[in-house]
Structure formats: structure tokens, C-alpha cells
Design a binder for this molecule. Structure first.
Ligand code: SF4
Ligand code: FES
Length: 259
């Protein structure tokens, strides 16, 4: 029987045991992924790092507790900056290989390791949220924490299906897809809204959602001249306004003396 010091407390241990075994039999938590009690340890995941004073240098170093055999008077720490740094490195390295793993994220969360947002295509620039609020005026998107991580999420029943968020998103994390007369708005492949589309009164193609048209109608109520073109798609609206301008310029030419 020997004695091992873990986090300042001395525990009895058998020669040949690993630091992880001694810690666990005394109720001290150390994260592990590749460890299995029925198998020989492999030291693959690197999550089980603990701090040990270097035997030659005396400087604290991180060692893998699943393969570290205890010796009389060995002192280890299971928390602190050396352990934290090793754990963050290990979690990040594992998540690079398995970015979809919710188990890894839950483990990291349980041990207070901040891994930042998942690699889901969104760079958290908030352009979509800001444009929807500041320019469109619909306020249909917001940032919300889910399991400690910020995500762009929809506000209930605020989306008008205009697609401005998808146009401004620099990474394609928000997308708009039109199929016949229905527009779907998607964030990270989750459909957050389906909207019926209206036909352009000029060329007849589906071009804007009914909710968007209603929204514009309300917003342009104080400006009656705008209503003339808002039932047209952008191409027809341009043709329409070019023709109106040409007619009014022609009228001016006829009226002005000397022309
Ligand atoms: S969804 Fe696109 S625009 Fe919105 S925060 Fe993410 S990257 Fe930026
Ligand atoms: S438990 Fe995976 S390296 Fe120790």
C-alpha cells in the first residue's frame, strides 16, 4: 500500500494502479472518453490529463491519468490552469474529428470547458438579425443561447419571408428556396418558415410572399405613388418606372419651348 496526494488530500493506493483508478475509487471526477475498465488504456483521447510536478524539472506538467502509474507520495491535481489548458486542447481536437458529437459538448459543458460555437456554418456576425431589425423592420430573428451556445433563432410568427437575411448572410447559413408558389426559409437546414408566394402582375412569375406584400402595403401607406410598382417583380418594376420616366420626359420635351 502506498499514499497518493490528489488535490491536496492523501489517499491509499495499490502499487500498479493508475492515477485515474485511484481518483475514481475516491469519488474524484476526471473526464475520459477512450478509457474502458475492461481494456488496457491507450491514451488516445487525452481528456484525462492531470497536473503532476515534473520529476526532473519540478515544473508542473500535464500527464494522462489513465496511463500514469502511481508511486509513493505522487502529487496530482485534477483542476487548475495546466489541467484546463490540456482539457481544452483535447476537447477541441476531438471535436475537430467529431463535430457532430453532442456527447463531447455535454462533457465539455459539465467540466466548464468553453468550446465556443459549433462549426455549423454560422460565423455569428449577426448581419441577418441586424438587417431584419434595422432595415426590413420585421425583427424576425434573434440570437439565443441554447446549452450555453449562441444561435440565430426565429422570433415566433415574425418572418415575412422577404429573404433579406439570406441575401446578406456571408456564409449561406440562412437560405431561401422557392418551389412553385411556396418559399421556405432555412437556418442551418432547419426550415423556420414556409410562405405562399404572389405572382408578379407584369410577367406572372411567383416573386414575393403574401406576408411581404402585406407588410410593404402597410409600410408604404403614407406614400401612395410607391403602390404603383409594388405588385411587380424587380424586373417589371424597373421597366415600369423606366417607361413612366420616358413618358414624363417626353411630355416635358413637348411642352418646353425651343425643344
Ligand atoms: S446566419 Fe449568416 S448572417 Fe446570420 S449570424 Fe450566421 S453567418 Fe451571420
Ligand atoms: S482516458 Fe483517453 S487518454 Fe486517458
Amino acid at each position: 500500500m502506498i499514499n497518493v496526494v490528489i488535490d491536496g488530500t492523501s489517499y491509499p493506493a495499490d502499487e500498479g494502479q493508475t492515477a485515474l483508478q485511484v481518483a475514481r475509487q475516491n469519488g474524484i471526477n476526471i473526464p475520459t472518453l477512450c478509457y474502458h475498465p475492461a481494456l488496457k488504456p491507450s491514451g488516445s483521447c487525452k481528456l484525462c490529463a492531470v497536473e503532476v510536478s515534473g520529476r526532473t524539472s519540478g515544473r508542473p506538467i500535464a500527464m494522462l491519468s489513465c496511463i500514469l502509474k502511481v508511486t509513493e507520495g505522487l502529487e496530482i491535481k485534477t483542476t487548475g490552469p495546466v489541467v484546463d489548458a490540456a482539457r481544452v486542447r483535447a476537447f477541441k481536437n476531438l471535436l475537430r474529428m467529431a463535430p457532430q458529437s453532442q456527447r463531447l459538448r455535454r462533457m465539455a459543458d459539465a467540466y466548464g470547458v468553453d468550446l465556443g460555437p459549433p462549426p455549423d456554418g454560422c460565423v455569428r456576425c449577426r448581419l441577418c438579425v441586424r438587417v431584419c431589425k434595422e432595415i426590413v423592420g420585421a425583427g424576425a430573428l434573434k440570437m439565443e443561447k441554447v446549452d450555453g451556445v449562441l444561435f440565430v433563432v426565429p422570433e415566433v410568427d415574425r418572418c415575412i419571408g422577404c429573404g433579406t437575411c439570406a441575401n446578406i448572410c456571408p456564409t449561406g447559413a440562412i437560405r431561401v428556396e422557392d418551389q412553385e408558389n411556396v418559399r421556405s426559409v432555412m437556418i442551418r437546414d432547419v426550415v423556420i418558415g414556409k410562405h405562399p408566394l404572389e405572382r408578379c402582375e407584369g410577367c406572372g412569375r411567383w416573386f414575393a410572399t403574401t406576408r411581404f406584400m402585406d407588410f410593404i402595403e402597410q409600410r408604404t401607406a403614407p406614400h401612395p405613388h410607391v403602390k404603383e410598382t409594388h405588385k411587380y417583380c424587380p424586373t417589371c418594376a424597373k421597366l415600369f418606372s423606366d417607361r413612366t420616366r420616358a413618358v414624363s420626359e417626353h411630355s416635358v420635351k413637348v411642352i418646353l419651348p425651343g425643344h
